[in-house]
Ligand binder design. Structure first.
Ligand code: SF4
Length: 573
């Protein structure tokens, strides 16, 4: 029996049920989006008692399928007002799967107090924890590891989530106990905070022992999949050497690196905050240029960056380095690391904070290039001051407060590290995904820039709609498996990639799925999400980029985004 756990924060009651038949074949984003469509009223206030949070491992999580430990968290987003699935690495997904748990649902809301939940092999309990209120995620995680189990997975929020800030994320720890693996986007940390739940402690001895029907068949498929990943130049060489931040110089060279709040596509000092430099500094200081965020990842795109103050920021991802670097005209990696660390500790999504600080700089409330000014402003968040709350509310709110017209958001969520005018496939994804601007929802950088899975000229219109559509469908399916999205490079290039994923699923569950079934699953996920968003009031007008992307040319290619009229074709399937 796979357990389906409900924690009712209103009644302070835990119920452990058998997983409903309807959800047995689902995992990750497939389960979170179906469940939210089924049980959360689309028009409800995202910070009210009717919203629910669902936490679930992907279908392959908890097995030794390589890079399969992603944890999906779903709910109605307070940032976008639509459906949200945010997923994270870290060690907790594998632990939940090894406890035979399909999902943990948090519902209702406590009228006062702070609580934690403790999940073990034979018990789930809700524990009053007022002593932990207001703690940063690093201190909180270290207290809980010491109090309960040094090998536990700790899912938690920081003060930003407790203050119900719209950019608050939910984190969990890596193998070294760093609480820095974020389901960051869309403000789900505020949903957890609204319910009065500060953390979930998950204790499991096993990592790779989730039930598998045909172990030999599974083992062979997992081994083959690991080879497919290792043999690809991106997942087998580029990412393990320099991490995701290897993209800094590549995107800069392509003229798609948003600089000074999306004013130009090149940053002169990109190399100073890029992956090669990061690897050099991290290694020289005794850190690591390559690192796995959970056991069994063969790609190891993460890093461990020791900061001058003796603390460690792990990892610095490309999108964060871009957001606190070129986007703010900052070329000091230590400043980037410090801003990243503060976000991790207070519990905020780094991409949203980067977008917000860019808007504040556009407004003149902060100065472009002023790293110390950015740090000082970000430190206001934990204090809950008016400026801190504006920063925690995200770029769209900051734009309104300061009267800024150049606000790079879609559905209220900040656009990440690829300018839609010169990486147009990503522009289509930002505009149309159900999630609000999200590069991971249909990562067209593959064919636009990296020439993975073919080539579609990033500055021309042809092929972008189809590219984004196919990637959005495939990504939704991958997000259901618990596989890290970075397997996509090899899967797109190797015809045996997708069939091998299907083979692992069939061996694990005793099913007879085909590649077409997986595509159909991706389509169904998107349809469910669009149905929820339509019920929540979204229309075609929400599937658009901000005005300035259609009107301002972006150097160096001097291109505008002119696919506006075709955007609605993405969902012709
Ligand atoms: S590739 Fe990177 S993000 Fe993905 S699972 Fe491995 S370490 Fe984590």
């Amino acid at each position: 029996m796979l357990k389906f756990i409900r924690i009712d924060m209103t009644a302070k009651k835990v119920t452990v049920e058998e997983t409903p038949e309807k959800y047995l074949a689902l995992g990750g984003r497939a389960l979170t989006s179906q469940f939210i469509l089924d049980e959360v009223p689309a028009e409800c206030h995202p910070l009210g008692a009717k919203n629910k949070l669902i936490i679930t491992p992907g279908l392959l999580s908890g097995t030794n399928a390589p890079s399969s430990g992603r944890l999906s968290i779903g709910g109605k987003s307070p940032l976008t007002g639509g459906i949200k699935e945010a997923n994270a690495g870290g060690i907790t997904s594998q632990k939940i799967a090894n406890l035979g748990i399909k999902a943990i649902v948090i519902e209702g809301m406590a009228d006062s107090g702070t609580y934690i939940a403790r999940v073990t092999a034979d018990n789930v309990e809700l524990i009053p924890a007022d002593d932990l209120a207001g703690k940063g995620t690093y201190e909180l995680t270290s207290i809980l590891l010491e109090r309960y189990n040094p090998k536990a997975g700790i899912i938690c929020i920081g003060p930003a989530g407790e203050m119900k800030m719209l950019s608050a994320g939910i984190t969990n720890n890596d193998m070294e106990g760093n609480s820095s693996r974020y389901a960051g986007r869309g403000g789900l940390g505020a949903v957890m905070g609204s319910k009065g739940l500060k953390a979930i402690v998950v204790e499991a001895d096993k990592t790779f022992d989730a039930p598998v029907k045909d172990k030999e068949r599974f083992k062979a498929a997992a081994k083959k999949f690991a080879q497919i990943l290792i043999q690809h130049p991106v997942s087998g060489d580029g990412l393990p050497k320099y991490g995701t931040n290897v993209l800094m110089n590549i995107i800069n060279e392509a003229g798609g690196l948003p600089t000074r709040n999306f004013s130009t596509g090149r940053f002169d000092a990109a190399n100073e905050v890029g992956g090669e430099k990061l690897a050099e500094v991290a290694t020289a200081r005794g850190g690591k240029a390559t690192h796995a965020c959970h056991p069994g990842c063969v790609i190891r795109c993460s890093n461990v960056y020791p900061m001058p103050d003796g603390k460690v920021c792990s990892p610095i991802e490309y999108e964060t380095a871009w957001g606190f670097g070129p986007n703010l005209d900052i070329s000091d990696l230590d400043v980037v690391a410090k801003l990243n660390y503060i976000c991790n500790d207070v519990g905020l999504d780094t991409i949203e904070v980067a977008g917000t600080l860019g808007v504040l700089m556009e407004a003149g409330a902060l100065q472009f290039g002023d790293g110390q000014g950015a740090i000082t402003a970000l430190e206001e968040v934990a204090k809950g001051t008016p400026l801190g709350r504006i920063i925690g509310a995200g770029a769209a709110v900051a734009g309104k407060v300061y009267g800024v017209t150049r606000v790079p958001t879609v559905k209220g969520q900040s656009i990440p590290a690829y300018d839609p005018r010169s990486v147009r496939g990503n522009g289509v994804t930002y505009a149309t995904t159900t999630m609000g601007a999200d590069h991971t929802a249909g990562y067209a950088v593959t064919a636009n820039i990296l020439k993975v899975g073919g080539f579609v000229d990033p500055t021309k219109d042809g092929g972008q709609i189809e590219l984004s559509r196919n990637l959005q469908i495939a990504t939704a399916a991958v997000d259901a498996t618990g596989l890290c999205l970075f397997v996509a490079f090899a899967v797109l290039d190797n015809p045996e990639g997708l069939p091998t994923i299907v083979e692992m699923l069939n061996a694990q569950y005793g099913t007879e799925l085909t590649v077409d079934d997986v595509t159909a699953l991706g389509q169904q996920i998107l349809k469910n999400e669009r149905e929820f968003n339509a019920k929540a009031g979204f229309t075609k007008a929400d599937d658009r980029l901000p005005e300035f992307f259609y009107e301002e040319e972006l150097a160096p290619h001097n291109t505008k985004f002119d696919l506006k009229e075709k955007l609605d074709e993405v969902f012709n399937f």
